[in-house]
Design a protein around this ligand. Structure first.
Ligand code: F6R
Length: 237
């Protein structure tokens, strides 16, 4: 895994957006894997700015999001559907039928996971996957202990994750206990992966990712075995 040190959150976001655009220009029908959370917010804003300046079009782009909470409707402002519309999709020329986000309201969640995998199989491979990392090392909602060969599945969120994400909700009680997430095996099939790590609160996990052996206890360490993964961070390493 290549490590790129940048000076701040802005430079990290600029670099990530440039990488996304580079991949979009290289493919006639680009396929992007996208993350939510605080980390990529500025990256999406920059992509919207570039779109508005006619530097990039999403017309032929397909996107697959990593995850979605179980039980939240796309219109719920805490859902990842809502987040993606708010930060990116509502502002660019992407075709809504090319947007894939697991449906947390599906009656049969297992079937929803299978359909999501099938869509990646049909449209993929994912050319570039953006990732953030949780304080416990999770990628997507693959919590510590998730097998490296896991596919899209229903995940039980750890208390630490619910606590960390409660800042987006009115209270911790509103944070769902389950989510649908791309599996680690699914993520690892992306041709290229960018892991964004920013902010002092990620210092400890960043150190662990860099120093630890590859272990299911720290899911993000799996990226060290990917042939084209880059970690971009504004933290001192
Ligand atoms: C989000 C996701 C999560 C986040 C991680 C970091 O789609 O899959 O793994 O990337 O929890 O979240 P932030 O960026 O809010 O610190």
């Amino acid at each position: 895994m290549k490590i790129v040190k940048v000076k701040d959150y802005e430079e990290m976001s600029q670099l990530a957006a440039e990488k996304v655009i580079e991949v979009m220009k290289r493919h006639q029908h680009p396929v992007l894997g996208l993350a939510t959370g605080s980390t990529p917010e500025r990256t999406y804003q920059i992509l919207v700015e570039k779109y508005e300046n006619n530097e990039v079009s999403f017309k032929h782009t397909t996107t697959f999001n990593l995850d979605e909470y179980v039980g939240l409707a796309p219109t719920n402002k805490f859902s990842y559907h809502y987040y993606m519309n708010h930060f990116l999709f509502d502002h660019v020329d992407i075709e809504k039928e090319n947007v894939f986000i697991p449906n947390g309201l599906a009656e049969n969640l297992e079937k929803e996971c299978e359909a999501f995998e099938q869509a990646i199989k049909e449209r993929g491979p994912i050319h570039l996957q953006l990732l953030g990392v949780g304080p416990n090392g999770h990628i997507g909602f693959n919590e510590p202990g998730t097998p490296f060969d896991s596919r899209t599945h229903v995940a039980t969120l750890e208390e630490e994750t619910r606590q960390a994400n409660s800042r987006f909700f009115n209270s911790i009680d509103e944070v769902p206990k389950f989510a649908l997430t791309m599996g680690i095996g699914t993520i690892m099939e992306a041709e290229e992966i960018i892991l964004l790590v920013s902010g002092e609160h990620k210092k400890e996990i960043l150190q662990q990712i860099i120093e630890s052996d590859v272990t299911e206890t720290i899911p993000a360490t799996v990226l060290k075995t990917h042939p084209n993964a880059t970690l971009i961070t504004d933290l001192d390493i």
